[in-house]
Design a binder for this molecule. Structure first.
Ligand SMILES: [Zn+2]
Length: 97
């Protein structure tokens, strides 16, 4: 099914998925079809220089760690986005897992 066809019940389950493994298992287990753009995201493709990588894009030494903050998913739509912050310079971004 496509993302916009997902039932409320499944959306609720999706929001509880935290890790990359849980989110991937959800996508595969529910046979969810991804758009090309979403596939790029999932495969760590053309989504900005640092998506999927923990290296900080602003400083050479830092790396991005989850802060524990979440927001309703704007990146992949159904999963909550998580905030990441550089342990050295404080740079933050949002990521899909
Ligand atoms: Zn940094």
């Amino acid at each position: 099914m496509r993302f916009d066809e997902i039932s409320d019940e499944l959306r609720e389950k999706a929001r509880k998925c935290g890790s990359y493994e849980e989110k991937m298992a959800f996508i595969k287990g529910n046979e969810i079809e991804l758009t090309d753009e979403q596939l790029d995201l999932v495969n760590g493709g053309s989504t900005g220089p640092h998506q999927g990588r923990p290296d900080c894009p602003k400083c050479d030494n830092g790396y991005l760690r989850k802060t524990g903050r979440e927001r309703p998913g704007e990146i992949l739509g159904i999963f909550n986005d998580v905030e990441r912050r550089c342990n050295i310079c404080g740079y933050t971004d949002w990521f899909w897992w």
